[in-house]
Ligand binder design. Structure first.
Ligand code: MIC
Ligand code: SF4
Length: 646
């Protein structure tokens, strides 16, 4: 029986477990990446493990999220990360060099390799045939130390692409279509593999847009084959030597198959407040808009920017619209400057931002009250833009650019003829903003620069015999990590200070939660389905840990967040009967007797007694041998320290 591409790469990296779908497997990680908003914590964790040098083939630390620097905190974090990187064998991509996923694709990614990154959009690397997975910072720290990375052996979904995109229909529309079909939880436990003759018509940046936003499906990752188009891209990046041809076997067997005829797709938009709330641009056309933001790790490649520049050239942004553009990397920005396209963007009235995440994570450019903002980004969760009642629509760069000119939602197919946009034969290569680490023999000479905002990892404790605590919060379905641990310009600088950032935990849902949780001392949170979807930020587990949350009981979890809870030593539980969700209210006293003994014994069904309502509720506690030991130890850091001692 033939193999899927996913199976080929995973099997070549398998170091633990059997390759059986649904079971936990351990894989060897070749490369890691971190960004600064999750990086400080990841490197504090790496330091705590006591491994002198990273053991991966390549580890890169990027600075791209916290670049607003409205106080000392961000700059202190940058210096800390830079010094840790230099000492411990990590390449350091300086602020200004670009968004981690864009730069990694351009300069470091290698087909067939495994990559984990402390950012949920790490699957961008799937655009060149990598198995690239988003993970919590602690998992990345362990992988840097040479440790195995564990995932549930995924199902593989084949997305068979046929035909070719029509003029002004974009790669963004392909992934929006997949989101329409599968929804934001449709990818959980799965890898999305793109195949079929339609693949040939998509360039690497287009493929990367599609794999990037596979994160919004909740998928483990997404991947394209590595073919001639990949080779051309790597050759243009002067890295042809890392190319290998990779594809699924012709007789590969998939768990699910979806067919998409590219020629039938139309421009789409994800409407507020979820990436799977899809309508056609035509349906929305004519709606007055206030803002357009172009950029982010989904759509900031040179190809995207050239299309935007073509649409804007010689025109002026509509007087009622603010247009911001953030090219994804220094390479993209420099090439735009050299070929004159940057001048076209500026002349049209675009507000050029630095090559960083910026507005995507609420770092500036928040829209006006109730403002309608068209963004080429990947997430439109409520409040993420920094404006609570902002209405965010996710669209292609083409739709964004034309709408910026007309002032209303506009279907880009109305622009007229589309010229052929081609990638250059050679990209401009200048890696002067990537600092290599010092040689191992000199590592002791590097001083680690720690600012006053950098506080240690919160206190953990081994699992107690019995959990007997109140419910401090009850939330509904599809809670994102942006609800649990909001980001934005005011809160992001606190990423390396768990006590301070915890004051904002869940405040989007309930402003009194942090105070209440602290007063209660210890508690349980109740949630609905797809709890913790979205980002990889482990702060969404570390802040609850700091606030005394012992267990989270929900209908279902998103993958990375569940792993982060376990890593933080918080017990992840799911209802056996989803209806029991209605049998617990905030303030109810809940008891799980003998929880420790039951976990040790490997019991998977536990009983939560709602003492307030006098009801017994069966819950699932599905832990493997390893995750069981992590929970018993009080989290991955304690577990790893223990394992290193033995
Ligand atoms: C995001 O897009 O939500 C982020 C900010 O990049 C996060 C990481 C973080 O919260 O630091 C992600 O996607 O993992
Ligand atoms: Fe940055 Fe936005 Fe991409 Fe997250 S989704 S890495 S915030 S650009």
């Amino acid at each position: 029986m033939g193999l899927t591409l996913t199976e080929k790469i995973l099997k070549a990296h398998l170091v633990e477990g059997e390759f059986v779908k649904g079971q936990e497997i351990g894989i060897k990680i070749d490369q890691t990446l971190t960004q600064d908003a999750t990086g400080t914590m990841a490197y504090l964790e790496f330091e705590a493990m006591g491994v002198p040098r990273v053991k991966t083939e390549r580890s890169v630390a990027y600075i791209d999220h916290n670049t607003l620097q409205s106080g000392f905190e961000n700059a202190d974090d940058h210096r800390f990360i830079s010094s840790v990187a230099k000492k411990h064998g990590i390449y350091f991509s300086r602020p200004g060099n670009g968004i981690c996923h864009q730069v990694h694709l351009e300069r470091f990614g290698i087909p067939g390799k495994t990559l984990i990154g402390s950012d949920s959009h790490t699957p961008t690397g799937g655009g060149i045939g990598m198995i690239a997975i988003g993970a919590g910072g602690l998992d990345v720290a362990v992988a840097m130390g040479g440790g195995t990375y564990y995932i549930t052996c995924p199902k593989v979904v084949k997305v068979e692409l046929k035909g070719k995109l029509s003029p002004w229909v974009a790669a963004k529309d392909v992934i929006l279509e997949v989101l329409r079909i599968l929804s934001v939880k449709g990818g959980v436990g799965k890898v999305i593999e793109y195949c079929g003759e339609g693949v040939k018509s998509l360039s690497v940046p287009e493929r990367a847009t599609i794999t990037n936003m596979g994160a919004e499906l909740g998928a483990t990752t997404s991947i394209f084959p590595s073919d001639e188009i990949t080779r051309e891209f790597l050759k243009a990046q002067k890295r042809e030597e890392v190319w290998t041809e990779l594809s699924a076997d012709a007789d590969a067997v998939y768990d699910e198959v979806i067919e998409i005829d590219l020629s039938k797709l139309v421009p789409l938009a994800a409407c507020p407040h979820s990436p799977d709330n899809i309508k056609t641009a035509e349906e929305l056309s004519g709606m007055k808009i206030d803002q357009v933001c172009i950029g982010s790790c989904t759509n900031s490649s040179l190809l995207d920017m050239l299309k935007v520049a073509h649409i804007l050239k010689g025109k002026t942004v509509h007087p009622d619209v603010s247009l911001s553009i953030a090219p994804g990397s220094k390479q993209v920005l420099t090439m735009l400057a050299e070929n004159g396209a940057l001048a076209d963007l500026i002349a049209a009235g675009a507000r050029i931002l630095e090559s960083a995440c910026g507005p995507c994570i609420g770092m500036g450019q928040s829209p006006n009250s109730k403002g309608i903002s068209l963004r080429t980004f990947n997430r439109n969760f409520e409040g993420r833009s920094g404006t609570k009642d902002g209405q965010i629509y996710l669209v292609s760069p083409e739709t964004a650019a034309i709408s910026a000119l007309t002032g209303v939602f506009t279907d880009p197919r109305t622009i007229g003829d589309m010229p052929e946009f081609k990638l250059p034969e050679t990209f401009l290569i200048n890696d002067n903003m990537v600092e290599p680490p010092v040689d191992e023999k000199d590592m002791d000479k590097v001083e680690i620069l720690r600012g006053p905002n950098i506080k240690p990892f919160p206190q953990t404790s081994p699992l107690s015999d019995t959990i007997d605590v109140p419910c401090s919060l009850k939330v509904g379905d599809n809670i994102t990590t942006d609800h649990i641990m909001p980001a934005g310009a005011k809160i992001l600088p606190l990423r390396s200070n768990i006590p301070a950032i915890s004051e904002h935990c869940f405040t989007v849902c309930d402003k009194d939660f942090p105070k209440r949780a602290k007063e209660l001392g210890q508690s349980i949170i109740i949630g609905g389905s797809n709890y913790g979807q979205g980002s990889s930020r482990e702060h969404a587990a570390l802040a609850p840990l700091y606030l005394g949350v012992k267990a989270v009981l929900v209908k279902s979890f998103a993958r990375i967040h569940r792993a982060n809870l376990i890593n933080a030593g918080i017990l992840p539980l799911t209802f056996v009967n989803e209806n029991d969700y209605d049998n617990i209210n905030e303030g109810d006293n809940l008891e799980i007797k003998n929880v420790k003994a039951d976990v040790v014994a490997g019991k998977t069904t536990l009983t939560v007694v709602n003492k307030t309502k006098d009801i017994e509720i069966p819950v699932l506690c599905e832990l493997t041998g390893r995750t069981k030991d992590i929970i018993l130890a009080g989290g991955l850091l304690d577990y790893t320290r223990e394992s290193l001692k033995n």
